[in-house]
Design a protein around this ligand. Sequence first.
Ligand code: SF4
Length: 636
Amino acid sequence: MPAESIFPRLEPLLPKVQKPIQYVGGELNSTVKEWDSADVRWALMYPDAYEVGLPNQGVAILYEILNELPATLAERTYAVWPDLEALMRAEGVPQFTVDAHRPVRAFDVFGVSFSTELGYTNMLTALDLAGIPLVAAERGDDDPIVLAGGHAAFNPEPIADFLDAAVLGDGEQIAIAITEVVREWKAEGRPGGRDELLMRLAESGGVYVPKFYDVDYHPDGRIKRVAPNRPDVPWRVHKHTVMDLDEWPYPKKPLVPLAETVHERFSVEIFRGCTRGCRFCQAGMITRPVRERSITTIGAMVEHGVKESGFNEVGLLSLSSADHSEIGDLAKGLADRYEGTNTSLSLPSTRVDAFNIDLANEFSRNGRRSGLTFAPEGGSERMRKVINKMVTEEDLIRTVTAAYSQGWRQVKLYFMCGLPTETDEDVLGIADLAKKVIKAGREATGSRDIRCTVSIGGFVPKPHTPFQWAGQADHETVDRRLKALRDALRGDREYARAVGFRYHDGKPSIVEGLLSRGDRRVGAVIRAVWEDGGRFDGWSEHFSYERWMSAAERAGVDVDWYTTREREENEVLPWDHLDAGLDREWLWQDWQEAVSGGEVEDCRWTPCYDCGVCPTMGTEIQIGPTGRKLLPLTVV
Ligand code: SF4
Protein backbone atom coordinates (compact mmCIF):
# COMPACT_ATOMS: atom_id res chain seq x y z
CA MET A 1 0.00 0.00 0.00
CA PRO A 2 1.47 3.43 -0.95
CA ALA A 3 2.26 5.63 1.98
CA GLU A 4 3.36 8.96 0.56
CA SER A 5 2.85 11.98 2.74
CA ILE A 6 -0.53 13.61 2.24
CA PHE A 7 0.87 16.90 3.57
CA PRO A 8 0.88 18.65 0.16
CA ARG A 9 -2.89 18.12 0.08
CA LEU A 10 -3.40 18.94 3.75
CA GLU A 11 -1.34 22.12 3.83
CA PRO A 12 -3.72 24.29 1.73
CA LEU A 13 -6.55 23.38 4.13
CA LEU A 14 -4.72 24.41 7.29
CA PRO A 15 -5.19 28.21 7.02
CA LYS A 16 -8.94 27.58 6.94
CA VAL A 17 -9.18 25.68 10.24
CA GLN A 18 -8.85 26.40 13.94
CA LYS A 19 -5.52 25.62 15.58
CA PRO A 20 -3.83 24.26 12.45
CA ILE A 21 -0.63 23.72 14.40
CA GLN A 22 -2.12 20.59 15.98
CA TYR A 23 -1.93 18.82 12.62
CA VAL A 24 1.65 19.55 11.61
CA GLY A 25 3.69 17.18 13.82
CA GLY A 26 7.43 17.64 14.20
CA GLU A 27 7.32 17.80 17.99
CA LEU A 28 10.54 17.46 19.95
CA ASN A 29 11.14 13.72 20.51
CA SER A 30 8.72 12.65 17.80
CA THR A 31 10.01 9.97 15.46
CA VAL A 32 9.80 9.62 11.71
CA LYS A 33 11.25 6.47 10.25
CA GLU A 34 11.70 5.51 6.64
CA TRP A 35 8.59 3.62 5.56
CA ASP A 36 10.63 0.88 3.92
CA SER A 37 12.86 0.41 6.95
CA ALA A 38 9.97 -1.25 8.77
CA ASP A 39 8.04 -4.38 8.04
CA VAL A 40 5.45 -3.84 10.79
CA ARG A 41 3.81 -0.43 11.06
CA TRP A 42 1.45 0.87 13.72
CA ALA A 43 -0.80 3.94 13.62
CA LEU A 44 -1.65 4.82 17.22
CA MET A 45 -4.70 6.92 17.91
CA TYR A 46 -5.96 8.72 20.94
CA PRO A 47 -9.55 9.38 19.87
CA ASP A 48 -9.80 12.97 20.97
CA ALA A 49 -8.34 16.29 19.89
CA TYR A 50 -4.54 16.71 19.87
CA GLU A 51 -4.69 18.90 22.98
CA VAL A 52 -6.15 16.01 24.99
CA GLY A 53 -4.48 13.15 23.16
CA LEU A 54 -0.87 14.24 23.06
CA PRO A 55 -0.25 14.04 26.82
CA ASN A 56 -1.81 10.56 27.02
CA GLN A 57 0.71 8.28 28.68
CA GLY A 58 -0.50 5.02 27.18
CA VAL A 59 -0.05 6.18 23.60
CA ALA A 60 3.26 7.91 24.39
CA ILE A 61 4.70 4.76 25.97
CA LEU A 62 3.68 2.45 23.13
CA TYR A 63 4.89 4.96 20.53
CA GLU A 64 8.35 4.89 22.04
CA ILE A 65 8.54 1.16 22.69
CA LEU A 66 7.40 0.27 19.18
CA ASN A 67 9.74 2.76 17.55
CA GLU A 68 12.64 1.27 19.51
CA LEU A 69 11.99 -2.15 17.96
CA PRO A 70 13.96 -2.99 14.87
CA ALA A 71 12.04 -2.97 11.59
CA THR A 72 8.98 -1.49 13.28
CA LEU A 73 7.54 1.99 13.11
CA ALA A 74 4.78 3.74 14.98
CA GLU A 75 3.12 7.06 14.21
CA ARG A 76 0.36 8.99 15.96
CA THR A 77 -3.02 10.21 14.83
CA TYR A 78 -5.68 12.19 16.68
CA ALA A 79 -9.30 13.12 16.11
CA VAL A 80 -9.59 16.03 13.69
CA TRP A 81 -11.98 18.83 14.58
CA PRO A 82 -15.22 19.03 12.56
CA ASP A 83 -13.92 22.04 10.59
CA LEU A 84 -11.00 20.05 9.20
CA GLU A 85 -13.13 16.93 8.82
CA ALA A 86 -15.46 18.81 6.46
CA LEU A 87 -12.56 20.09 4.36
CA MET A 88 -10.89 16.66 4.27
CA ARG A 89 -14.12 15.14 3.01
CA ALA A 90 -14.53 17.84 0.38
CA GLU A 91 -10.94 17.45 -0.84
CA GLY A 92 -10.65 13.67 -0.40
CA VAL A 93 -7.85 13.90 2.17
CA PRO A 94 -7.68 10.74 4.30
CA GLN A 95 -7.10 10.38 8.06
CA PHE A 96 -3.37 10.92 8.51
CA THR A 97 -0.66 10.52 11.10
CA VAL A 98 0.87 13.71 12.47
CA ASP A 99 4.41 12.31 12.34
CA ALA A 100 4.90 11.76 8.60
CA HIS A 101 1.37 12.56 7.41
CA ARG A 102 0.92 9.07 6.09
CA PRO A 103 -2.56 7.73 5.43
CA VAL A 104 -3.75 5.59 8.33
CA ARG A 105 -5.07 2.92 6.01
CA ALA A 106 -1.51 2.13 4.85
CA PHE A 107 -0.48 0.83 8.29
CA ASP A 108 -0.67 -2.80 9.47
CA VAL A 109 -2.25 -2.07 12.83
CA PHE A 110 -4.52 0.82 13.78
CA GLY A 111 -4.39 0.87 17.59
CA VAL A 112 -6.91 3.06 19.39
CA SER A 113 -6.54 3.77 23.11
CA PHE A 114 -9.82 4.42 24.90
CA SER A 115 -9.66 6.05 28.33
CA THR A 116 -13.36 6.75 28.04
CA GLU A 117 -16.25 5.34 26.06
CA LEU A 118 -17.15 8.82 24.87
CA GLY A 119 -14.38 8.51 22.24
CA TYR A 120 -16.22 5.80 20.29
CA THR A 121 -17.80 8.10 17.72
CA ASN A 122 -14.41 9.72 17.07
CA MET A 123 -13.01 6.31 16.17
CA LEU A 124 -15.76 5.93 13.58
CA THR A 125 -14.89 9.31 12.07
CA ALA A 126 -11.23 8.30 11.83
CA LEU A 127 -12.06 4.95 10.24
CA ASP A 128 -14.37 6.57 7.75
CA LEU A 129 -11.91 9.33 6.85
CA ALA A 130 -9.19 6.71 6.52
CA GLY A 131 -11.26 4.77 4.01
CA ILE A 132 -11.37 1.72 6.29
CA PRO A 133 -14.81 0.06 6.37
CA LEU A 134 -16.55 0.81 9.67
CA VAL A 135 -17.66 -2.77 10.14
CA ALA A 136 -14.84 -5.25 10.74
CA ALA A 137 -16.58 -7.95 8.70
CA GLU A 138 -16.39 -5.74 5.59
CA ARG A 139 -12.62 -5.16 5.78
CA GLY A 140 -10.26 -6.69 3.27
CA ASP A 141 -6.66 -7.81 3.33
CA ASP A 142 -5.41 -4.29 2.61
CA ASP A 143 -7.06 -2.80 5.67
CA PRO A 144 -5.21 -2.51 8.97
CA ILE A 145 -6.14 -4.58 12.00
CA VAL A 146 -8.25 -2.24 14.11
CA LEU A 147 -7.27 -2.87 17.72
CA ALA A 148 -8.64 -1.26 20.90
CA GLY A 149 -6.84 -0.85 24.20
CA GLY A 150 -7.15 1.32 27.30
CA HIS A 151 -9.54 1.04 30.21
CA ALA A 152 -12.69 1.08 28.08
CA ALA A 153 -11.40 -2.02 26.25
CA PHE A 154 -12.27 -4.06 29.35
CA ASN A 155 -15.78 -4.06 27.86
CA PRO A 156 -15.34 -3.49 24.13
CA GLU A 157 -18.67 -5.19 23.33
CA PRO A 158 -20.55 -2.02 22.26
CA ILE A 159 -17.87 -1.45 19.60
CA ALA A 160 -17.30 -5.15 18.86
CA ASP A 161 -18.67 -4.80 15.31
CA PHE A 162 -16.14 -2.08 14.50
CA LEU A 163 -13.10 -3.79 16.01
CA ASP A 164 -10.93 -6.59 14.75
CA ALA A 165 -9.37 -7.08 18.14
CA ALA A 166 -8.96 -5.69 21.66
CA VAL A 167 -6.29 -5.99 24.31
CA LEU A 168 -6.88 -5.81 28.04
CA GLY A 169 -4.41 -4.37 30.51
CA ASP A 170 -0.83 -3.17 30.23
CA GLY A 171 0.25 -2.68 26.65
CA GLU A 172 4.05 -2.78 26.78
CA GLN A 173 4.68 -6.49 26.32
CA ILE A 174 1.61 -7.42 24.32
CA ALA A 175 2.28 -4.68 21.74
CA ILE A 176 5.65 -6.27 21.08
CA ALA A 177 4.11 -9.75 20.95
CA ILE A 178 1.45 -8.59 18.46
CA THR A 179 4.16 -6.97 16.35
CA GLU A 180 6.01 -10.28 16.15
CA VAL A 181 2.85 -12.20 15.16
CA VAL A 182 2.16 -9.68 12.39
CA ARG A 183 5.78 -9.75 11.26
CA GLU A 184 5.85 -13.53 11.02
CA TRP A 185 2.54 -13.68 9.16
CA LYS A 186 3.71 -11.06 6.65
CA ALA A 187 7.07 -12.77 6.21
CA GLU A 188 5.27 -16.01 5.40
CA GLY A 189 3.36 -14.23 2.63
CA ARG A 190 0.18 -13.49 4.63
CA PRO A 191 -1.19 -17.04 4.61
CA GLY A 192 -4.97 -17.25 5.07
CA GLY A 193 -5.40 -13.47 4.82
CA ARG A 194 -6.53 -11.34 7.75
CA ASP A 195 -8.67 -14.14 9.12
CA GLU A 196 -5.62 -16.26 9.83
CA LEU A 197 -3.75 -13.31 11.29
CA LEU A 198 -6.63 -12.68 13.68
CA MET A 199 -6.76 -16.37 14.47
CA ARG A 200 -3.06 -16.37 15.35
CA LEU A 201 -3.60 -13.37 17.62
CA ALA A 202 -6.63 -14.95 19.30
CA GLU A 203 -5.03 -18.36 19.81
CA SER A 204 -2.24 -16.82 21.83
CA GLY A 205 -4.89 -16.00 24.45
CA GLY A 206 -3.59 -12.47 24.72
CA VAL A 207 -5.82 -10.78 22.19
CA TYR A 208 -9.61 -10.71 22.10
CA VAL A 209 -11.09 -11.06 18.64
CA PRO A 210 -14.83 -10.37 18.96
CA LYS A 211 -15.83 -12.11 15.74
CA PHE A 212 -14.60 -15.45 17.12
CA TYR A 213 -17.25 -15.26 19.86
CA ASP A 214 -21.00 -15.64 19.44
CA VAL A 215 -23.50 -14.07 21.80
CA ASP A 216 -26.85 -15.78 22.48
CA TYR A 217 -29.70 -13.95 24.16
CA HIS A 218 -32.68 -14.95 26.32
CA PRO A 219 -36.10 -13.88 24.99
CA ASP A 220 -36.18 -11.11 27.64
CA GLY A 221 -33.00 -9.59 26.20
CA ARG A 222 -30.49 -10.76 28.82
CA ILE A 223 -27.41 -12.56 27.53
CA LYS A 224 -27.65 -16.34 27.63
CA ARG A 225 -24.02 -17.07 26.87
CA VAL A 226 -20.95 -15.86 25.04
CA ALA A 227 -19.01 -18.71 23.46
CA PRO A 228 -16.10 -19.09 21.06
CA ASN A 229 -17.14 -20.17 17.56
CA ARG A 230 -13.70 -21.61 16.72
CA PRO A 231 -12.12 -24.56 18.51
CA ASP A 232 -8.73 -23.03 19.33
CA VAL A 233 -9.95 -19.78 20.79
CA PRO A 234 -9.95 -19.48 24.60
CA TRP A 235 -13.25 -19.17 26.48
CA ARG A 236 -11.91 -16.27 28.45
CA VAL A 237 -9.38 -13.65 27.41
CA HIS A 238 -7.07 -12.44 30.17
CA LYS A 239 -5.63 -9.03 30.87
CA HIS A 240 -1.91 -8.32 30.67
CA THR A 241 0.15 -7.25 33.65
CA VAL A 242 3.66 -5.84 33.52
CA MET A 243 5.31 -7.07 36.69
CA ASP A 244 8.52 -5.07 36.82
CA LEU A 245 7.98 -1.41 36.03
CA ASP A 246 11.70 -0.74 36.43
CA GLU A 247 12.26 -2.76 33.28
CA TRP A 248 9.95 -0.42 31.35
CA PRO A 249 11.07 3.12 32.22
CA TYR A 250 8.96 4.86 29.59
CA PRO A 251 8.49 7.52 28.38
CA LYS A 252 12.22 8.14 28.17
CA LYS A 253 11.91 10.93 25.64
CA PRO A 254 8.66 12.75 26.39
CA LEU A 255 6.85 14.31 23.46
CA VAL A 256 6.82 18.08 23.73
CA PRO A 257 3.65 19.48 22.18
CA LEU A 258 3.70 22.29 19.66
CA ALA A 259 0.18 23.42 20.36
CA GLU A 260 -1.42 24.03 23.74
CA THR A 261 -2.42 20.79 25.51
CA VAL A 262 -4.31 19.95 28.69
CA HIS A 263 -1.15 18.96 30.60
CA GLU A 264 2.19 20.44 29.79
CA ARG A 265 4.47 18.48 31.99
CA PHE A 266 6.56 15.36 32.10
CA SER A 267 4.62 12.66 33.89
CA VAL A 268 6.33 9.73 35.54
CA GLU A 269 4.17 6.86 36.66
CA ILE A 270 5.40 5.96 40.14
CA PHE A 271 3.27 2.86 40.53
CA ARG A 272 0.54 1.00 38.73
CA GLY A 273 -2.58 -0.49 40.28
CA CYS A 274 -4.43 0.34 43.47
CA THR A 275 -5.80 -1.94 46.16
CA ARG A 276 -7.57 0.64 48.30
CA GLY A 277 -10.78 -1.00 47.16
CA CYS A 278 -12.96 2.01 46.31
CA ARG A 279 -15.95 0.21 44.90
CA PHE A 280 -16.80 2.75 42.21
CA CYS A 281 -13.29 2.87 40.79
CA GLN A 282 -12.82 0.81 37.67
CA ALA A 283 -9.21 1.93 37.25
CA GLY A 284 -8.34 0.62 40.71
CA MET A 285 -10.02 -2.72 40.15
CA ILE A 286 -8.73 -3.53 36.68
CA THR A 287 -5.11 -2.52 37.30
CA ARG A 288 -4.50 -4.69 40.38
CA PRO A 289 -2.18 -5.60 41.97
CA VAL A 290 -0.06 -2.64 43.07
CA ARG A 291 3.35 -2.58 41.41
CA GLU A 292 5.71 0.17 42.50
CA ARG A 293 8.48 1.63 40.43
CA SER A 294 11.61 1.96 42.57
CA ILE A 295 12.65 5.31 43.94
CA THR A 296 15.95 5.14 42.04
CA THR A 297 14.30 4.44 38.69
CA ILE A 298 11.83 7.27 39.30
CA GLY A 299 14.70 9.63 40.13
CA ALA A 300 16.59 8.63 36.99
CA MET A 301 13.47 8.94 34.82
CA VAL A 302 12.73 12.43 36.14
CA GLU A 303 16.29 13.59 35.54
CA HIS A 304 16.54 12.08 32.09
CA GLY A 305 13.05 13.15 30.99
CA VAL A 306 13.55 16.76 32.08
CA LYS A 307 16.85 16.87 30.23
CA GLU A 308 15.36 15.38 27.07
CA SER A 309 12.22 17.50 27.02
CA GLY A 310 12.92 20.79 28.75
CA PHE A 311 9.60 20.54 30.59
CA ASN A 312 9.66 22.61 33.75
CA GLU A 313 6.97 20.65 35.51
CA VAL A 314 7.15 17.02 36.57
CA GLY A 315 4.05 15.14 37.70
CA LEU A 316 4.32 11.96 39.75
CA LEU A 317 1.44 9.90 38.44
CA SER A 318 -0.52 6.96 39.77
CA LEU A 319 -4.00 6.28 41.06
CA SER A 320 -3.06 7.46 44.55
CA SER A 321 0.50 8.78 44.48
CA ALA A 322 0.83 9.47 48.19
CA ASP A 323 0.57 5.71 48.75
CA HIS A 324 3.98 4.91 47.25
CA SER A 325 5.92 3.24 50.05
CA GLU A 326 8.82 5.69 49.68
CA ILE A 327 6.90 8.80 48.70
CA GLY A 328 8.31 10.78 51.65
CA ASP A 329 11.93 10.14 50.62
CA LEU A 330 11.03 10.62 47.00
CA ALA A 331 9.34 13.97 47.62
CA LYS A 332 12.19 15.26 49.75
CA GLY A 333 14.86 13.91 47.41
CA LEU A 334 13.32 15.47 44.32
CA ALA A 335 12.50 18.72 46.10
CA ASP A 336 16.14 18.97 47.27
CA ARG A 337 17.45 18.16 43.85
CA TYR A 338 15.34 20.74 42.02
CA GLU A 339 15.26 23.48 44.67
CA GLY A 340 16.25 26.78 43.14
CA THR A 341 15.80 25.51 39.58
CA ASN A 342 12.82 26.28 37.41
CA THR A 343 11.61 22.68 37.60
CA SER A 344 8.50 22.30 39.70
CA LEU A 345 6.98 19.07 40.95
CA SER A 346 3.38 18.09 41.31
CA LEU A 347 1.47 15.26 42.89
CA PRO A 348 -2.18 14.69 42.13
CA SER A 349 -3.33 14.90 45.76
CA THR A 350 -6.35 12.85 46.45
CA ARG A 351 -5.72 11.15 49.73
CA VAL A 352 -7.22 12.93 52.69
CA ASP A 353 -4.59 13.01 55.40
CA ALA A 354 -2.09 15.37 56.92
CA PHE A 355 0.85 13.50 55.41
CA ASN A 356 -0.39 14.63 52.04
CA ILE A 357 0.01 18.24 53.14
CA ASP A 358 3.66 17.58 54.06
CA LEU A 359 4.20 16.18 50.59
CA ALA A 360 2.45 19.10 48.97
CA ASN A 361 4.65 21.46 50.98
CA GLU A 362 7.77 19.70 49.69
CA PHE A 363 6.52 19.85 46.14
CA SER A 364 5.62 23.51 46.32
CA ARG A 365 9.06 24.68 47.43
CA ASN A 366 9.65 26.12 43.98
CA GLY A 367 6.14 27.38 43.37
CA ARG A 368 3.04 29.01 44.74
CA ARG A 369 0.71 27.39 47.23
CA SER A 370 -2.34 27.73 45.10
CA GLY A 371 -4.68 24.78 45.42
CA LEU A 372 -4.90 21.28 46.86
CA THR A 373 -7.37 18.64 45.75
CA PHE A 374 -8.94 15.96 47.93
CA ALA A 375 -11.52 13.42 46.93
CA PRO A 376 -13.87 12.33 49.72
CA GLU A 377 -16.23 11.25 46.89
CA GLY A 378 -19.28 10.81 49.15
CA GLY A 379 -21.02 13.58 51.08
CA SER A 380 -21.92 11.58 54.19
CA GLU A 381 -20.10 9.06 56.34
CA ARG A 382 -22.69 6.46 55.39
CA MET A 383 -22.14 7.08 51.70
CA ARG A 384 -18.39 6.87 52.05
CA LYS A 385 -18.77 3.49 53.73
CA VAL A 386 -20.89 2.23 50.84
CA ILE A 387 -18.17 3.15 48.37
CA ASN A 388 -15.37 1.97 50.69
CA LYS A 389 -13.74 5.38 50.80
CA MET A 390 -12.67 5.38 54.40
CA VAL A 391 -12.45 9.06 55.14
CA THR A 392 -14.11 10.45 58.24
CA GLU A 393 -15.33 14.00 58.55
CA GLU A 394 -12.72 14.45 61.26
CA ASP A 395 -9.93 13.36 58.89
CA LEU A 396 -11.09 15.82 56.29
CA ILE A 397 -11.41 18.78 58.66
CA ARG A 398 -8.04 18.02 60.24
CA THR A 399 -6.39 17.81 56.83
CA VAL A 400 -7.85 20.96 55.37
CA THR A 401 -7.13 22.85 58.57
CA ALA A 402 -3.49 21.82 58.22
CA ALA A 403 -3.52 22.92 54.59
CA TYR A 404 -5.04 26.34 55.28
CA SER A 405 -2.79 27.00 58.25
CA GLN A 406 0.29 26.15 56.19
CA GLY A 407 -0.52 28.78 53.62
CA TRP A 408 -2.76 27.01 51.14
CA ARG A 409 -5.68 29.25 50.27
CA GLN A 410 -7.76 27.06 48.02
CA VAL A 411 -8.96 23.51 48.60
CA LYS A 412 -10.82 21.56 45.97
CA LEU A 413 -13.08 18.73 47.05
CA TYR A 414 -14.25 16.13 44.58
CA PHE A 415 -17.52 14.22 45.02
CA MET A 416 -19.85 12.01 43.04
CA CYS A 417 -23.61 12.15 42.77
CA GLY A 418 -25.88 9.22 41.95
CA LEU A 419 -23.99 6.59 43.97
CA PRO A 420 -25.79 3.34 44.87
CA THR A 421 -28.18 3.72 47.85
CA GLU A 422 -27.68 7.52 47.78
CA THR A 423 -30.41 9.72 49.27
CA ASP A 424 -31.05 13.45 49.02
CA GLU A 425 -29.55 13.83 52.51
CA ASP A 426 -26.26 12.25 51.44
CA VAL A 427 -25.87 14.85 48.72
CA LEU A 428 -26.93 17.74 50.94
CA GLY A 429 -24.24 16.50 53.34
CA ILE A 430 -21.73 17.88 50.81
CA ALA A 431 -22.96 21.40 51.58
CA ASP A 432 -22.50 20.85 55.32
CA LEU A 433 -19.04 19.48 54.77
CA ALA A 434 -18.02 22.41 52.59
CA LYS A 435 -19.25 24.89 55.18
CA LYS A 436 -17.37 23.09 57.95
CA VAL A 437 -14.24 23.17 55.81
CA ILE A 438 -14.51 26.94 55.36
CA LYS A 439 -15.32 27.48 59.04
CA ALA A 440 -12.28 25.42 60.10
CA GLY A 441 -10.08 27.29 57.61
CA ARG A 442 -11.25 30.67 58.85
CA GLU A 443 -10.61 29.68 62.44
CA ALA A 444 -7.17 28.28 61.66
CA THR A 445 -5.99 31.30 59.70
CA GLY A 446 -7.99 34.11 61.24
CA SER A 447 -8.69 35.17 57.68
CA ARG A 448 -11.76 35.14 55.50
CA ASP A 449 -9.60 34.91 52.38
CA ILE A 450 -9.91 31.19 51.85
CA ARG A 451 -11.87 29.22 49.34
CA CYS A 452 -13.17 25.76 48.78
CA THR A 453 -14.38 24.46 45.44
CA VAL A 454 -16.81 21.59 45.37
CA SER A 455 -16.62 19.65 42.16
CA ILE A 456 -19.16 16.94 41.40
CA GLY A 457 -19.25 14.24 38.78
CA GLY A 458 -22.10 11.88 37.99
CA PHE A 459 -21.47 8.29 39.05
CA VAL A 460 -21.47 5.67 36.29
CA PRO A 461 -21.40 1.97 37.31
CA LYS A 462 -18.51 0.30 35.52
CA PRO A 463 -17.69 -3.26 34.45
CA HIS A 464 -15.32 -5.31 36.64
CA THR A 465 -16.25 -3.37 39.78
CA PRO A 466 -18.53 -4.38 42.68
CA PHE A 467 -21.02 -1.83 41.34
CA GLN A 468 -21.27 -3.57 37.96
CA TRP A 469 -24.66 -4.94 39.04
CA ALA A 470 -26.02 -1.62 40.37
CA GLY A 471 -28.84 0.39 38.89
CA GLN A 472 -27.58 3.78 37.74
CA ALA A 473 -29.43 6.82 39.07
CA ASP A 474 -31.56 8.43 36.36
CA HIS A 475 -30.56 11.90 35.26
CA GLU A 476 -33.67 13.52 36.70
CA THR A 477 -32.72 12.33 40.19
CA VAL A 478 -29.11 13.44 39.80
CA ASP A 479 -30.14 16.86 38.49
CA ARG A 480 -32.69 17.33 41.28
CA ARG A 481 -30.12 16.50 43.96
CA LEU A 482 -27.51 18.76 42.40
CA LYS A 483 -29.99 21.62 42.25
CA ALA A 484 -30.89 21.15 45.91
CA LEU A 485 -27.18 21.12 46.77
CA ARG A 486 -26.54 24.28 44.76
CA ASP A 487 -29.44 26.01 46.53
CA ALA A 488 -28.10 24.90 49.90
CA LEU A 489 -24.66 26.31 49.10
CA ARG A 490 -25.82 29.53 47.49
CA GLY A 491 -28.56 30.19 50.02
CA ASP A 492 -26.18 30.53 52.94
CA ARG A 493 -24.84 34.10 52.98
CA GLU A 494 -22.10 33.25 55.44
CA TYR A 495 -20.47 30.76 53.09
CA ALA A 496 -21.89 31.29 49.60
CA ARG A 497 -18.98 33.44 48.36
CA ALA A 498 -16.31 31.15 49.81
CA VAL A 499 -17.58 27.96 48.20
CA GLY A 500 -17.34 27.41 44.44
CA PHE A 501 -19.56 24.78 42.87
CA ARG A 502 -18.80 22.90 39.66
CA TYR A 503 -20.99 20.19 38.26
CA HIS A 504 -22.35 18.76 35.06
CA ASP A 505 -25.91 17.74 34.48
CA GLY A 506 -26.73 14.04 34.71
CA LYS A 507 -27.42 13.36 31.03
CA PRO A 508 -23.88 12.63 29.77
CA SER A 509 -23.51 10.07 32.58
CA ILE A 510 -26.49 8.14 31.22
CA VAL A 511 -24.86 7.91 27.79
CA GLU A 512 -21.57 6.91 29.40
CA GLY A 513 -23.53 4.31 31.39
CA LEU A 514 -25.10 2.91 28.22
CA LEU A 515 -21.68 2.59 26.58
CA SER A 516 -19.90 1.27 29.70
CA ARG A 517 -22.23 -1.62 30.42
CA GLY A 518 -23.60 -2.09 26.94
CA ASP A 519 -23.42 -5.19 24.79
CA ARG A 520 -23.07 -5.70 21.05
CA ARG A 521 -26.59 -4.40 20.38
CA VAL A 522 -25.48 -0.94 21.52
CA GLY A 523 -23.17 -0.73 18.49
CA ALA A 524 -26.17 0.19 16.32
CA VAL A 525 -26.78 3.23 18.55
CA ILE A 526 -23.16 4.37 18.31
CA ARG A 527 -23.27 4.10 14.54
CA ALA A 528 -26.60 5.92 14.28
CA VAL A 529 -25.32 8.75 16.50
CA TRP A 530 -22.19 9.04 14.40
CA GLU A 531 -24.21 9.08 11.16
CA ASP A 532 -26.34 11.79 12.71
CA GLY A 533 -23.24 13.95 13.22
CA GLY A 534 -22.12 12.78 16.68
CA ARG A 535 -18.49 13.77 17.30
CA PHE A 536 -16.41 14.61 20.38
CA ASP A 537 -19.02 13.33 22.83
CA GLY A 538 -16.72 14.04 25.76
CA TRP A 539 -17.01 17.78 25.04
CA SER A 540 -20.13 19.43 26.43
CA GLU A 541 -20.37 21.81 23.46
CA HIS A 542 -20.53 18.85 21.04
CA PHE A 543 -22.48 16.37 23.13
CA SER A 544 -26.18 15.96 22.41
CA TYR A 545 -28.27 13.83 24.73
CA GLU A 546 -31.21 14.11 22.36
CA ARG A 547 -29.12 12.71 19.51
CA TRP A 548 -28.22 9.65 21.60
CA MET A 549 -31.78 9.07 22.79
CA SER A 550 -33.23 9.42 19.32
CA ALA A 551 -30.62 7.02 17.91
CA ALA A 552 -31.35 4.51 20.68
CA GLU A 553 -35.05 4.67 19.91
CA ARG A 554 -34.45 4.11 16.21
CA ALA A 555 -32.14 1.19 16.99
CA GLY A 556 -34.73 -0.33 19.33
CA VAL A 557 -32.39 -0.06 22.31
CA ASP A 558 -33.98 0.63 25.70
CA VAL A 559 -31.52 2.95 27.45
CA ASP A 560 -33.09 2.44 30.91
CA TRP A 561 -32.67 -1.32 30.60
CA TYR A 562 -28.93 -0.84 30.17
CA THR A 563 -28.47 1.92 32.74
CA THR A 564 -30.96 2.20 35.60
CA ARG A 565 -31.76 -1.53 35.81
CA GLU A 566 -30.14 -3.43 38.67
CA ARG A 567 -28.75 -6.81 37.55
CA GLU A 568 -29.24 -10.15 39.31
CA GLU A 569 -26.24 -12.13 40.53
CA ASN A 570 -26.49 -14.83 37.89
CA GLU A 571 -27.12 -12.60 34.88
CA VAL A 572 -24.41 -13.09 32.27
CA LEU A 573 -22.76 -9.70 31.88
CA PRO A 574 -21.48 -8.65 28.45
CA TRP A 575 -17.85 -8.66 29.69
CA ASP A 576 -17.91 -11.89 31.72
CA HIS A 577 -15.70 -13.62 29.13
CA LEU A 578 -13.07 -10.91 29.55
CA ASP A 579 -10.90 -11.52 32.56
CA ALA A 580 -9.55 -8.68 34.67
CA GLY A 581 -8.52 -11.28 37.24
CA LEU A 582 -11.19 -10.34 39.77
CA ASP A 583 -13.13 -13.22 41.16
CA ARG A 584 -16.81 -12.77 40.27
CA GLU A 585 -17.93 -14.16 43.61
CA TRP A 586 -15.69 -11.74 45.46
CA LEU A 587 -17.08 -8.83 43.44
CA TRP A 588 -20.65 -9.90 44.23
CA GLN A 589 -19.86 -10.33 47.90
CA ASP A 590 -18.26 -6.87 47.96
CA TRP A 591 -21.38 -5.43 46.30
CA GLN A 592 -23.49 -7.01 49.06
CA GLU A 593 -21.13 -5.65 51.71
CA ALA A 594 -21.43 -2.21 50.16
CA VAL A 595 -25.16 -2.24 50.70
CA SER A 596 -24.80 -3.53 54.26
CA GLY A 597 -22.03 -1.08 55.18
CA GLY A 598 -19.10 -3.53 55.27
CA GLU A 599 -15.61 -2.17 54.63
CA VAL A 600 -12.55 -3.71 52.97
CA GLU A 601 -8.99 -2.85 53.97
CA ASP A 602 -6.08 -2.29 51.60
CA CYS A 603 -4.28 -5.61 51.00
CA ARG A 604 -0.96 -3.77 50.76
CA TRP A 605 -0.94 -3.52 54.53
CA THR A 606 -3.37 -6.22 55.64
CA PRO A 607 -3.69 -9.88 54.66
CA CYS A 608 -4.92 -10.79 51.19
CA TYR A 609 -8.71 -10.91 51.10
CA ASP A 610 -8.84 -13.04 47.96
CA CYS A 611 -10.12 -10.68 45.31
CA GLY A 612 -8.73 -13.26 42.92
CA VAL A 613 -6.31 -11.20 40.86
CA CYS A 614 -2.96 -12.49 42.11
CA PRO A 615 -3.62 -16.23 41.80
CA THR A 616 -5.48 -15.85 38.49
CA MET A 617 -2.87 -13.66 36.88
CA GLY A 618 0.17 -15.17 38.55
CA THR A 619 1.04 -11.77 40.00
CA GLU A 620 1.71 -10.37 43.44
CA ILE A 621 1.70 -7.06 45.23
CA GLN A 622 5.05 -5.38 44.70
CA ILE A 623 5.85 -2.64 47.10
CA GLY A 624 8.88 -1.29 48.93
CA PRO A 625 10.37 0.19 50.86
CA THR A 626 13.55 -0.67 49.03
CA GLY A 627 15.60 1.41 51.44
CA ARG A 628 17.40 2.95 48.47
CA LYS A 629 17.86 6.67 48.12
CA LEU A 630 17.80 8.96 45.14
CA LEU A 631 21.10 9.23 43.33
CA PRO A 632 23.43 11.95 44.62
CA LEU A 633 22.61 15.46 43.51
CA THR A 634 23.59 16.21 39.96
CA VAL A 635 23.49 19.61 38.37
CA VAL A 636 20.37 19.84 36.23
S1 SF4 B 1 -5.39 -11.33 45.34
FE1 SF4 B 1 -5.10 -10.64 47.45
S2 SF4 B 1 -3.11 -9.59 47.48
FE2 SF4 B 1 -3.73 -9.80 45.30
S3 SF4 B 1 -4.77 -7.84 44.85
FE3 SF4 B 1 -6.37 -9.31 45.49
S4 SF4 B 1 -6.62 -9.02 47.70
FE4 SF4 B 1 -4.70 -8.04 47.11
